[in-house]
Ligand binder design. Sequence first.
Ligand SMILES: [Zn+2]
Length: 322
Amino acid sequence: MKPIASLSLDLDNEWSYLKTRGDAAWESFPSYLDVVVPRFLGILKSLEQRITVFVVGQDAALEKNGAALRSIVAAGHEIGCHSFKHEPWLHRYSNAELSEELTSATDAITNATGVRPVGFRGPGFSLSRPALETLATLGYRYDCTTFPTYIGPLARQYYFWTAKLSKSERAQREALFGSLADGLRPLRPYRWDLGARSLVEIPVTTFPIVKTPIHFSYILYLAQLAPALAIPYFAAALAACRALGIAPSLLLHPLDFLDSDDVHESLRFFPAMQMPRERKLAVLQRALELYRKHFDVVAVGEHAAAIELADAAPRIVPLFAM
Ligand SMILES: [Zn+2]
């Protein structure tokens, strides 16, 4: 029997990338969901792979995205919540703002898809103890926002370097992609101890010990920089997870399925956007096959349910440096 692992996709839309970059074009909520959703559903269907898709509440609230979102449910995938406004400074929200943000996201997603989400991933890996408490109150069972890596500050510098942001916009994004301390967070699933309540935490897996990213966007980035290296690096990471008994949870992004012809020009700077789509999809397919060869890959909700059932995960009190 293969060990369990999970797979998800953060359904970041065109506007949410433009917004984080400080590009005013975001305000009309440009969407590529009609292009990208059928594309990733097709690949997942050919692999017979079920995943969790984390939907942004604002997209669910717009009728123009309704058909694309319902097609994800019709294909049998789990629906999760990826906030309402997709602001990577969620950890700076007051309790009242958090309650409004997470309640409206949950309601919009439930209305659009007919499914009430029980799993959450924060935008830009942003999280706080009050956010976890609000999620538990709303009936969420798991979170999968933590990203134990040391490269967060580097990724943020790259972002600042390529985006046009004012001083206050930079301050808002000061914790984008996390801090060095995030590298010290556990790779294995655990439970957030919130006093009377708890939530299962499924971290986004990074390379054991060195904690460099191994999710698919990063593998594609490597494939652009050093084509011969990407798949062996991914295979080594999976072997390390298996050797150490770490159940991985990896994520996809819409940009993994798109190339520069598919997106707004200001998104073309993103890593791996210069790679032709056919090549990207071939690398992606190879990596997904490798993942499934070594692990029993399920949706994140099933992974979290298995952790709950085993009841052996350590309890950790949330501490956030930000
Ligand atoms: Zn996102």
